[in-house]
Design a binder for this molecule. Sequence first.
Ligand code: FES
Length: 108
Amino acid sequence: MASIVIRNLDKKTIQNPNLSKPLLWIFLENGLDWMHACGGKGRCTTCKAVILKGEENLIPKSAAEIRYESQNQLGPTERLCCQTKLTGGEVEIEVPEASKLPHIRYSA
Ligand code: FES
């Protein structure tokens, strides 16, 4: 069964997400407020997440992700949630400091 676990949002788990949609849209459809300054177009890095487990269950990095990684704006364990999709299985992520929204209480 496919699932997305967000560790520092009290391990919020989204079961059976729509695998045809990028993670960002799955979060928004599930009522999660997630930073996305460029509107999900791959033109900023505010939607990034740190991948803690299950990187192999994500699609390959997009051209935008590779470009930001080469510019050191995206770390090797980070992905842009507007660019990446789950292929199946589980992925566990967390919101990095730079992408935390001020009105949300994040857990450890
Ligand atoms: S929302 Fe801007 S890159 Fe994802």
